[in-house]
Unconditional design. Structure first.
Length: 660
């Protein structure tokens, strides 16, 4: 066996070769500062080469270069290269690298062209020992596997074998690919994960959205429940108007508003609404309230208004930024809206409302104080005249106390027989003869003298005491006139004032007829005086009752005509026999041309409707003369006589008869 030699075709003729151990290459070296070269440049440069080396034959045969410097010792060649004696060294790459490394010259000397003319090297084996080839191949494989071959190669050539480098490169490439695959896999995994997370998120989102929708529905339900609760707490169930709670809150928020210096409210209450409920039932009563609420809400006063229904027939109109003087006309307008006839089913109601007005801060600093004073003012208004509103005055409070005392005293008065009737004569205008008397009640209040009915009748009505009192008046008057007529053989009638409350009583007609029967008075000698306020409510029923009384022969007079609600249009509907022109009307008669012509018209219409017309409050001869001239039928007034107690009247009657 020979050593490791280059494998050539000629040598293959003579020896056998093991598998290639390594490849040797030729390379071109220069100084590091030498310009860049290629193989084509070699013929023009000064080249050094190992004498008799394989490189020399390549230079001559393959590159056709014959001019060069051949060295026996390659170390000399390196020195010459460094000194610039030669330009290049054309030599075995492994060999020269080995030398350069050993002399520490890798750096100053560089390989410019490498891996040239590769040549396999293997063990040469004698053709006589062919079995050694496989033996050696096996050994070589073992050495390569164990890494010893690589170690020796590296030690010798200062570099790795091509196999090693290839394997390493392949490994690097493989690792890179593996890493790339891993990254791709990871990326894919991430993508899948993200996708899964996305799906999960979308599902969560959908769940959230549906939860949100459910919440929204729940919220709407809650809101509607809340508004229902609020409605219950703040809205009047019958009229749908904001209620007392809301009113209180609104007023209190105005009070606490530093920018709000004044506001007013009208507290109003329907007059005798209780009777509507009693007579027609609560369903009709509710409809009345609803219509009133609508009227108030649609009323358009000068100032801005908010309407509240404080409960049943109590309402409040809040005028913001308004002072008393301007709110009064507005309040009157609100009351007028209520007073217009109101039709429900077959009924026409003529209702009225009274009101109390308070102003902040003059009449109170708190809601409770303001409302209390508004109530007092309302009470006061009712005591003067229904259908009006009064502005609060601190004196009202005392009046309320006085009224309460009055009512309790009235109760006692009836039991103690403190009432007395006075009679005021009525004359026939044409003849000047007495035709009858109006009975007028007086109260001889112990310690206070005689009290006018103007003071106590209202209180008696409000406390319902007017019912027994009215009955007493009627019985006493009937008794008196029956006795008088019997005594004087006359046919005088007596006019008795009847309160609307009395007429509302179910058995009023029966009561009157019974009294007539018990006293034995001829029904034609009785006249009942009623005022228009009796027709403001439940008109049909009142008319029916009056018709029954008329049918029994009793006369009915419409008292105080010309005041309040006087309406000529409905006069023909009422079963009246007498029309009494009010004193206030007669008073201005002679000074006012309009009053004159109106009085003339009233008398004409009265006659047209077959009524007797009586003028009240005649105090002067002029009035009497004028009224006679326009055909007024009868007179009553101080000119003839003031109302007198029984005894004095009888005395007067005697003198009157003589005087005439
Ligand atoms: P009335 O029915 O209009 O009665 C007429 C009123 O005018 C009476 O006042 C009478 O005294 C007064 N009077 C009559 N002539 C003159 C006159 O020439 N000048 C002046 N200044 N006054 C005159 P009185 O008696 O104070 O009664 C007031 C009102 O009280 C009555 O007005 C009537 O509405 C009511 N009243 C009186 N008695 C009763 C009664 O028994 N029952 C009811 N329900 N009301 C009564
Ligand atoms: Mg009267
Ligand atoms: Mg009168």
């Amino acid at each position: 066996m020979a050593g490791i030699i280059a494998v050539t075709e000629e040598r293959k003729q003579e020896v056998l070769f093991t598998e290639t151990l390594f490849y040797s290459y030729l390379a071109v070296y220069s100084r590091s500062d030498f310009r860049e070269i290629s193989l084509e440049d070699l013929p023009r440069l000064k080249i050094g080469v190992g004498r008799g080396y394989y490189s020399e034959s390549v230079l001559q045969n393959d590159l056709g270069i014959t001019s060069y410097v051949a060295y026996d010792d390659l170390e000399h060649a390196i020195l010459d290269l460094q000194s610039g004696s030669i330009d290049l060294i054309f030599e075995n790459q492994q060999l020269l690298d080995n030398l350069l490394i050993r002399h520490g010259l890798k750096g100053p000397v560089i390989a410019q062209l490498t891996q040239l003319y590769p040549r396999a090297h293997a063990y040469a084996i004698s053709k006589n020992r062919p079995e050694l080839v496989s033996f050696m191949n096996q050994r070589i494989s073992e050495l390569k596997r164990s890494g010893v071959f690589e170690e020796i190669y590296e030690k010798y050539f200062y570099e790795h074998t091509a196999d090693y480098t290839r394997t390493r490169n392949w490994r690097i490439a493989f690792s890179v690919i593996l890493v790339l695959i891993l990254i791709a896999g990871l990326f894919r995994l991430m993508q899948t994960l993200i996708k899964l997370l996305k799906i999960d998120l979308q599902q969560s989102l959908r769940r959230l959205e549906s939860a949100r929708d459910e919440l929204a529905v729940a919220n709407t339900t809650l809101q509607s429940k809340l508004s229902e609760i609020e409605d219950l707490a703040y809205v009047n169930r019958v009229t749908g108007l904001p209620n007392k709670n809301r009113f209180k809150e609104t007023v209190e928020s105005l009070i606490s508003d530093p920018d709000m210096d004044h506001f007013c409210f009208l507290f109003l209450d329907l007059d005798d609404f209780k009777e509507v409920n009693e007579a027609f039932g609560h369903a009709v009563g509710d409809q009345v309230l609803q219509k009133i609420a609508r009227r108030l809400s649609r009323a358009e006063p000068e100032s801005k208004v908010q309407v509240f229904n404080l409960g049943s027939d109590e309402f409040a109109c809040l005028f913001i930024r308004n002072a008393n003087p301007t709110v009064c006309p507005d309040s009157a307008r609100m009351l007028e809206h209520i007073a217009k006839p109101l039709a429900i089913a077959d009924h026409v109601f003529n209702l009225s409302a009274s009101g109390g007005i308070v102003s902040y801060p003059e009449h109170g600093k708190t809601f409770d104080e303001l409302l209390k004073h508004a109530d007092t003012a309302l009470y006061h208004a009712k005591s003067i005249q229904r259908g009006i509103a009064t502005v609060y005055d601190p004196a009202f409070g005392q009046a309320v106390v006085a009224k309460a005392l009055l009512q309790s005293d009235l109760r006692q008065a009836l039991a103690n027989q403190e009432f007395e009737l006075h009679y005021q004569p009525q004359l026939i205008a044409q003849s000047g003869k007495i035709c009858g008397f109006e009975a007028l009640v007086r109260w001889n209040r112990p310690g206070q003298g005689q009290i006018s009915p103007l003071i106590f009748i209202k209180a008696a009505e409000e406390s319902q005491l007017i019912i027994p009192l009215g009955e007493w008046v009627l019985r006493t008057a009937c008794q008196f006139i029956r006795d008088l007529n019997t005594r004087l053989q006359s046919a005088f009638y007596v006019s008795v004032n009847i309160s609307s409350i009395q007429i509302q009583q179910d058995h009023f007609v029966e009561q009157v007829l019974m009294i007539l029967e018990q006293t034995g008075l001829n029904p034609t000698c009785l006249e009942l005086e009623i005022t228009e306020s009796a027709f403001l409510k439940t008109t049909e029923q009142v008319i029916a009752k009056l018709e029954r009384l008329r049918a029994a022969g009793i006369c009915i007079a419409l008292d105080d005509f010309g005041t309040g609600y006087s309406s000529l249009s409905y006069l023909k509907e009422l079963p009246m026999s007498t029309l009494k022109i009010d004193r206030s009307f007669v008073k201005n008669l002679l000074d006012d041309p309009k009053a004159k012509s109106l009085t003339r018209s009233i008398i004409a219409i009265g006659h047209l409707l077959d009524m007797k017309v009586v003028a009240e409050g005649i105090e002067t001869h002029e009035q009497r003369r004028y009224l006679t001239s326009i055909e007024c039928d009868c007179f009553q007034g101080y000119l003839i006589q003031k109302p007198l107690p029984e005894k004095q009247l009888c005395e007067w009657l005697e003198t009157f008869g003589r005087d005439r």
